[in-house]
Design a protein around this ligand. Structure first.
Ligand code: PRT
Ligand code: ZN
Length: 298
């Protein structure tokens, strides 16, 4: 592998591709993505991006073909269990859990069927694209089942007479309902994550990875944080501070021409809800501004 460039694998097209590209963009990594090109190059950093099917990403990282990968934990876990089953060597580490691609792997059965616990599924045929995760769970519970491995259209497997139950990804649950199914057991929670191979990286690559992760942390923190400005009577400053216990100490300055009034600048670590705004107003705060923060580096 090249030592003078970091190679990152992301999903080519699908549910994670837009967010993965946005993440790179927000971290200041400019990529000139070319349609149908396997590898795209960064214009401003020594980084190449490989656009592939999500299922290939864990393997590319574990085999050391790319340095980093952005993939769902569901796909990662399935690949890891598959390799463990084959007694293959696995070397990777989750560098960062991300806040997109949030979903769960659940068991679905026909809506009219009764369900008490997992034993109700004993001996049934279950359709899934995730046989290893399913097998691990059922083996731990000592429940037997038959597998119907499908790479897509899992939710129609029961109606097509291929299976009695399904084990599939669920986000809103709409797909289950529209296929006459109900979710009876969540087995695995998932979201996207960044993984890397545990191989020793050169100092050069280590530096780029550190910068990348620190920028991701900065963008995530910035997204959750808000910048607040308000005018308040100086004897109410302590009451305002108490409303933002997790925030750093505010900056306070004089308000020109208004004795006993000050301007407070606060960086809040969390979203500001209407309730907090109303509490501020009740304390006598005026000209309350809540602004989004674009980037934050600490
Ligand atoms: O072509 P490639 O192999 O790269 O893509 P893919 O078709 O295998 O995957 P893709 O793009 O569908 O999903 C990529 C990843 O997104 C998954 O591995 C998960 O980590 C994550 N993700 C998040 C989801 C969902 N949410 C999701 N809802 N993946 C799939 N779904 C499916 C779900 O199974 C259902 O069929 O979307 C449908 C609608 O879901 P509901 O519950 O919102 O109705
Ligand atoms: Zn896939």
């Amino acid at each position: 592998m090249y030592d003078n460039k970091l190679r990152i694998a992301i999903q080519k097209s699908g549910r994670l591709s837009k967010d993965s590209r946005r993440l790179l963009y927000n971290c200041g990594i400019k990529i000139n993505f070319q349609k149908n090109k396997l590898i795209s190059f960064s214009e401003n950093m020594p980084i190449d991006v490989m656009c592939v099917r999500d299922d290939d990403i864990p393997g590319l990282v574990i085999d050391g073909i790319v340095d980093l990968g952005i993939v769902g934990r569901n796909v990662l876990e399935e690949e890891v269990l598959k390799r463990k089953f084959k007694s293959e060597k696995i070397s990777f580490k989750i560098l960062k859990h991300l806040d997109f691609g949030i979903c769960r792997l659940s068991i679905g059965i026909p809506a009219e069927k009764k369900y008490h616990d997992i034993n109700c599924l004993n001996g049934l045929r279950i359709a899934t694209s995730y046989p290893y995760i399913l097998k691990k769970y059922f083996n731990n519970k000592n429940v037997s089942f038959k597998i119907c491995k499908l790479n897509g259209s899992v939710e129609v497997a029961i109606r097509a007479g291929l299976a009695d139950a399904i084990f599939d990804l669920v986000s809103t649950g709409e797909a289950l309902v529209s296929n006459g199914l109900k979710e009876v057991k969540v087995i695995h929670n998932s979201s996207a994550c960044i993984i890397h191979n545990k191989n020793n990286f050169s100092d050069f690559k280590k530096n780029i990875i550190e910068t990348f992760i620190s920028r991701i942390n900065g963008t995530i923190k910035a997204r959750e944080s808000k910048y607040i400005m308000l005018h308040i009577s100086s004897n109410k400053v302590d009451n305002v501070v108490k409303l933002f216990i997790d925030s750093e100490k505010p900056t306070i300055s004089k308000l020109l021409g208004r004795k006993n009034m000050v301007v407070m600048h606060i960086v809040s670590r969390e979203s500001i809800f209407w309730e907090t705004m109303e509490k501020l107003k009740n304390l006598g705060a005026r000209s309350i501004l809540v602004l989004p923060i674009e980037k934050m580096l600490e």
